[in-house]
Design a binder for this molecule. Structure first.
Ligand code: APR
Length: 320
């Protein structure tokens, strides 16, 4: 049996890290695609040359030709431009929408059976556009944001409680932007929900609020430090977790930007929700009950994403 094929569309900071992680985890053979000739080939060769040291078996190729995506089981899309300090994710919309058109058409032609994970920002609008341009089944196209936002939340909580990150679970839903919805009630340390931990006196509501805001600003914090690009280690690790869930049919419960039809009162819309990811892609959207405040935050977030989708339709008439 041949190894799965993982196509990474965009061989920049995240793309290179994805390739390295896919190799280290022996998820399959990797093809790096980019428009910048030399970059995907150079990264592929560099990572391949690390494989004898780390002892993983996988083939790595770099290409500028969409035809080399043929037969891919998974496509992870990071093509586009990242943020610079002072820019919001939404500022990237016009440029990255054109990239999604080219990428969507390339996937449709050469890898129509792949599970597609979009990372390019502004995420919720880009994954919607990528699905529209590619025409792939909706359960096979999703966006990576919730795993990353939840990982940031989990890390900050583990630091606050001085416990292992392994014992912290957290859910961040909604759009991947300033309106994202970290859900304290559904986030736990050792199974104990955060509001109970406040009542137990293990932390204060003020400290929790600060952590929640830091989670919302997590991407900007990294952009501010790096100055020349945006986060790439944690986004890559998050997308690899989703790819692995699909390739190994793990039925993982992961928050991701999924096509939501019916649940949450939405009628065919991409936004961050809890899902089950397995061999059929996004196999289930889990509809949780919100309290009043959570519902308000979620509605706000949906409104922001709807605004971005409307802007996409204005820029590219074929999407209207
Ligand atoms: N087709 C293929 N690749 C493209 C295209 C295109 N049309 N346009 C740009 N690229 C490539 C660039 O050449 C570059 O190598 O996409 C790559 C992007 O890499 P980086 O600039 O290093 O950006 P990265 O940090 O990887 O982030 C990529 O993910 O998190 C988001 O906001 C981030 O939208 C950004 C994306």
């Amino acid at each position: 049996m041949s190894r799965p094929k993982i196509a990474l569309i965009g061989a920049g900071q995240i793309g290179g890290t994805l390739a390295h992680l896919a190799g280290l985890k022996e998820l399959g053979d990797v093809v790096l695609f980019d428009i910048a000739d030399g970059t995907p080939q150079g990264k592929a060769l560099d990572i391949a040359e690390s494989s004898p040291v780390d002892g993983f078996d996988a083939a790595f190729a770099g290409t500028t030709d969409y035809a080399d995506l043929a037969g891919a089981d998974v496509c992870i899309v990071t093509a586009g431009v990242p943020r610079k300090p002072g820019m919001s994710r939404d500022d990237l919309l016009g440029i990255n929408l054109k990239v999604m058109k080219a990428v969507g058409e390339g996937i449709a032609e050469h890898a129509p059976n792949a599970f597609v994970i979009c990372i390019t920002n502004p995420l919720d609008a880009m994954v919607w556009a990528l699905r529209e341009f590619s025409g792939l089944p909706k359960n096979m196209v999703c966006g990576m944001a919730g795993v990353l936002d939840s990982a940031r939340f989990r890390y900050f909580l583990a630091e606050e409680f001085k416990v292992s990150v392994k014992d912290v679970n957290a859910f961040v839903l909604g759009g991947h932007g300033d309106t994202m919805v970290p859900l304290a009630r559904y986030s736990t340390v050792g199974g104990i929900p955060l509001p109970d931990l406040v009542k137990m006196g293990w932390t204060t509501q003020d400290k929790l609020d600060t952590i929640i805001q830091r989670t919302r600003d997590g991407g900007a914090e990294i952009v501010g430090l790096l100055k020349t690009g945006s986060a790439f280690y944690a986004p890559a690790a998050s997308a690899i977790e989703m790819a692995e869930a699909y390739l190994k049919d793990q039925k993982r419960v992961l928050p991701c930007a999924a096509h939501v039809e019916g649940a949450y009162g939405l009628d065919g819309f991409y936004v961050g929700v809890p899902t089950v990811i397995g061999a059929s892609g996004v196999e289930k959207v889990i509809e949780i009950k919100f309290d009043k405040d959570e519902q308000t935050m979620f509605d706000n977030s949906v409104k922001a994403v709807k605004g971005l989708v409307a802007a996409c339709k204005e820029i590219d008439g074929s999407l209207a």
